[in-house]
Design a protein around this ligand. Structure first.
Ligand SMILES: [Zn+2]
Length: 464
């Protein structure tokens, strides 16, 4: 399939996104795309001090020339994160309350509003946001637009995350990073000239977020095999069919080559659309992302700074490739199913283990809640293991086709300029190893570590 065919296919299945145009110089189409998607409405460009000069200014002028009478708001902080305060700010902006929005932006002690009470009656008088920025600004626009019952136009400035086209916004509320459910943008206009000129670390982060789909896909296969999460054929096709090709040129990505960066951006956006199709983040993440969630929730810093999503995910990704390397060394046709079933813990003891493991964690009940959702009774475990023992050679062959070896993933990430060793983001190997029990328990989603627990080979696969 050509790029256009792949994008058209994905859009034909997407629930929220109707327009996705990508290419060098496509930002000139912003007035027309806005006019088509939001006839009669007034645009409000939301940018920051970095994204305004590289894209915002130009789009503002084009929209002014087209008679759209745009407004603008520039976040003046050098560095800011996706905190709820900025959602409150964006909510005010949509309603044209610019001075109040500025006061919120500048208030270090801002009191976060109640997420339940954030919804307004839709009105044609509201501004429609045009997101000029990367993941954070996009997520602010996504959630604030949802609060007003409307959509927005996303104009990305870096190929840094898959969140442009995914539903849900990842926002820190009450000190904890959470995903708030909200639709993806109706239109995405991705100017590759702008995206290719973004700081190299942002593109490398996006490459790593895309590379995560390799082990995440393998874990989806495992969950499908265990009967815990059936593969969604269309979402799979959209997110996985061209993935190997998109990841094949890390050196060109690092060198800023527009075609290679367009591949990364397309891959990320297709994965976001796959999430719309599957109505789940399953196509985009599994354990690879859970390492990152732990680092987010514990406010991990390296050299005094929070580590970007993609850089955290890079380490989770290469780690999970090592886990699969270990899995492939095992001969599961020799599994002692009776012994494994006899050793299978009760729900109560798993809940107890979770409480113990998470007791000093910022969300102490997380493991308890999630294991309660995904624990299976012994007869179900017997069924899963009996099938695993019988069909291991076929499953192993399928997984080997999907997942990369640690060596290959390590080399790709390194060539792309992404972290590939724990020390690259300020972690020790021991700290990484200590995260495995939390990773296994912190999400209701069935993962390869759950399979290891059932088959009594967990310890063998986490020896990295
Ligand atoms: Zn991600």
């Amino acid at each position: 399939m050509t790029r256009k065919e792949r994008i058209d296919y994905a859009l034909s299945l997407a629930s929220d996104t109707k327009v996705f145009e990508m290419g060098q110089g496509v930002s000139v189409a912003a007035p027309a795309v806005f006019g088509n998607c939001f006839p009669g409405r007034k645009p409000l460009l939301l940018a920051d001090v970095h994204t305004w000069p590289v894209l915002g200014e130009r789009v503002f002028k084009a929209m002014s020339d087209a008679g759209l009478s745009p407004s603008r708001y520039i976040i003046e902080k050098e560095e800011f994160h996706a905190d709820w305060k900025y959602v409150d700010m964006a909510d005010l902006l949509i309603e044209g309350r610019f001075d109040e929005a500025k006061a919120v932006e500048n208030d270090p002690a801002h009191e976060e509003s109640d997420p339940e009470k954030a919804f307004r009656e839709p009105s044609d008088k509201f501004f429609v946001l045009v997101s000029i920025g990367s993941g954070v600004i996009n997520d602010l626009c996504k959630l604030a637009s949802h609060h007003h019952g409307q959509s927005y136009l996303s104009m990305p400035t870096a190929a840094s995350v898959d969140g442009y086209s995914s539903f849900g916004a990842s926002i820190t509320y009450g000190g904890a990073k959470q995903t708030f459910s909200c639709p993806a943008p109706v239109a995405i206009l991705a100017d590759i000239d702008v995206i290719a000129a973004a700081p190299k670390e942002m593109t490398a982060a996006g490459y790593a977020d895309l590379a995560a789909k390799v082990p995440a896909g393998a874990e989806w296969m495992v969950a499908d095999f265990a009967g815990a999460a059936p593969l969604h054929p269309e979402a799979w096709a959209v997110s996985q069919d061209a993935l190997d090709d998109f990841l094949a040129n890390p050196e060109a990505v690092a060198a800023g080559d527009p075609d290679a960066i367009a591949d990364v951006f397309e891959g990320l956006t297709l994965c976001g659309i796959a999430m719309q199709i599957a109505r789940s983040s399953r196509p985009a993440s599994c354990c690879d992302h859970l390492f990152s969630h732990i680092l987010d929730m514990t406010a991990h810093r390296y050299k005094g700074k929070l580590v970007s999503h993609g850089f955290q995910v890079a380490i989770g990704t290469v780690t999970m490739c090592a886990v699969f390397d270990n899995l492939f060394k095992l001969d599961l046709t020799k599994l002692d199913v009776d012994a494994c079933v006899a050793a299978w813990p009760s729900l109560e003891s798993e809940q107890q283990r979770a409480i113990e493991l998470f007791k000093d964690f910022p969300a102490p009940m997380l493991g308890y809640n999630e294991i309660t959702k995904k624990w299976s009774p012994a007869d179900k475990v017997r069924e899963q293991l009996t099938r695993l023992k019988a069909e291991w050679p076929e499953l192993k062959a399928k997984l080997q086709k999907q997942v990369y070896s640690y060596d290959k993933m390590h080399a790709l990430l390194k060539a792309a300029g992404a972290p590939c060793d724990p020390e690259d983001i300020g972690l020790t190997r021991q700290k990484l190893l200590d995260m495995f029990p939390l990773v296994q328990l912190m999400r209701f989603r069935f993962n390869v570590l759950d399979l290891g627990k059932r088959g009594c080979f967990y310890d063998d696969i986490v020896k990295i």
